[in-house]
Design a protein around this ligand. Structure first.
Ligand code: NAP
Length: 453
């Protein structure tokens, strides 16, 4: 994959981008994530030459530490398997590295670095004291037994534990890593270290130090952000036709919250296709199929009157007013974006990380579609992880109502921070510029204060 075209009229930014391409060959997702942030920073480097003079841009693009390790494990047939594990500790200027673990066959350095880079800005936007990192493995958890998942997680943690700590690096879940995997990872950490250090991993089940609303937080937060973005433009979610891609943690909770606020979610997807359900998704059935049975969406369609399963084609062909991509990176192409805009879509908000290609995002904005970038719109998960860390540190457990109140407050804060920053830097209504600039300034100021470290 070639480096995506980026628009960098400022020579200092263009030089940083060229350097990133040269130093990280073949890592297209990382190039894309860096290019997208640098494109927003022209007005910032013009107004604040001190950032460029201190090498902040170059330092931000180079992870503080990258750990790559072998993960040996034995499958149910007694066959020895080898996977590769990663942890990229990207930036700790604002606090301990914080970011999820992804288990998916597509994982390699470029994916983890793109996610870690995004995480730095996202975490800064929450206003909470957390740095950015990301990790994972090319392990494919699908069709693996519970025993195989446990053995893999234990082997993964046997190496990773030495790099973690509640003041050092605090992972959470991501694609392929949910409460079950976090439980096995924490169990092995506890066994090796002989410490019940709950604050070392977030996304834990409630009974082992997890926080209420953590599971729901990314999806709920996404819909709160969307609600605010719509309200600022004089719209609401009530009665809107919504399409959500994915049917994992983020997608299910986004669909649930959107329906709670009066929208009708008519489609969702998984890696085997998408399901269209004009009556509005039956969330309880979706949960049963995807979370409990770990089944396919075709099972949902078989059991739900009026729903149809579509194997070929894109979910974005389903007409909608609001699109919430919640599956994976680069799932909305230019052609999809054109279909959405022409079909009457008024808002796209990213539940997944970088699900929209840069060209597709530009097209949506130029067509007047409201666009909420992932680093702002899906920050509710990591923000609630930081709340989980607070509860673990004080050995406390908050109620659902209190945690939801904090999430609401945080998401509205992120929305407002993006909107006011975009306006202050000459791009009113541009949430991409607002998120990139506000996140960058918070991290850059902390890096200046800490000196050249
Ligand atoms: P998840 O629970 O593992 O669900 C992922 C969903 O996306 C599944 O339905 C999966 O389908 C589908 N999917 C994955 N790769 C796909 C592909 N290449 N093509 C089509 N469908 C694909 O993961 P998640 O936690 O919801 O994460 C989803 C996205 O949100 C990711 O981009 C993640 O980085 C981002 N995110 C997550 C959180 C969080 O708190 N979990 C926070 C911020 C951002 P199958 O069921 O067929 O595998």
């Amino acid at each position: 994959m070639d480096a995506p075209p980026v628009r960098l009229p400022d020579e200092r930014l263009a030089a940083v981008y060229r350097d990133v391409l040269a130093r990280n060959p073949g890592e297209a997702e990382f190039h894309q994530a860096v290019g997208e942030v640098l494109e927003s920073l022209g007005p910032v480097v013009a107004k604040h030459p001190e950032y460029a003079e201190a090498g902040i841009l170059e330092r931000l693009c180079e992870p503080e530490r990258q750990i790559v390790f072998r993960v040996p494990w034995v499958d149910d047939e007694g066959v020895v398997r080898i996977n590769r594990g990663f942890r990229v500790e990207f930036n700790s200027a604002l606090g301990p590295y914080k970011g999820g673990l992804r288990f998916h066959p597509s994982v390699y350095d470029g994916v983890i670095k793109f996610l870690g880079f995004e995480q730095v800005f996202k975490n800064a936007l929450t206003g909470m004291p957390i740095g950015g990192g990301k990790g994972g493995s090319d392990f494919d958890p699908r069709r693996r037994s519970d025993g195989e998942i446990m053995r893999f997680c234990q082997s993964f943690m046997t190496e990773l534990y030495r790099h973690l700590g509640e003041y050092t690096d605090v992972p959470a879940g991501d694609i392929g890593v949910g409460e079950r995997e976090i439980g096995y990872l924490f169990g092995q950490y506890k066994r090796i270290t002989n410490r019940y250090e709950s604050g070392v991993l977030t996304g834990k089940a409630l009974g082992i130090g997890g926080a209420r609303v953590r599971r729901e937080a990314t999806g709920y937060g996404l819909v709160i952000f969307t609600r605010e973005m719509l309200a600022a433009a004089g719209h609401s979610l009530d009665g809107r036709r919504v399409v959500v891609s994915g049917s994992g943690n983020v997608a299910i909770h986004a669909a649930e919250k959107a329906q709670e606020l009066g929208a009708v979610v008519v489609a969702c997807s998984d890696s085997g296709g998408h399901v269209v359900d004009e009556a509005g998704l039956d969330i309880a059935l979706l949960r049963q199929v995807k979370e409990r049975e770990r089944g396919r969406l075709s099972d949902y369609a078989d059991r739900r009157h009026g729903a149809r399963h579509v194997v070929d084609g894109s979910i974005w062909e389903v007409p909608c007013e609001i699109a919430l991509p919640c599956a994976t990176q680069n799932e909305i192409s230019v052609a999809d974006a054109r279909m959405l805009a022409e079909g009457g879509c008024i808002a796209v908000a990213e539940g997944a990380n970088m699900p929209t290609t840069p060209e597709a995002a530009r097209l949506l904005v130029s067509e007047g579609v409201l666009f909420g970038p992932g680093k702002a719109a899906n920050a509710g998960g990591v923000a609630t992880s930081a709340l989980e860390m607070q509860q673990n540190a004080s050995r406390d457990s908050w109620s659902v109502a209190h945690t939801e109140e904090r999430l609401e407050e945080i998401m509205c804060g992120i929305h407002d921070r993006c909107a006011t920053t975009a306006e202050a830097y000459g791009s009113p209504g541009d949430y991409v510029a607002g998120a990139n600039i506000a996140g960058f300034i918070a991290v850059a100021d902390a890096m200046l204060a800490l000196g050249l470290v």
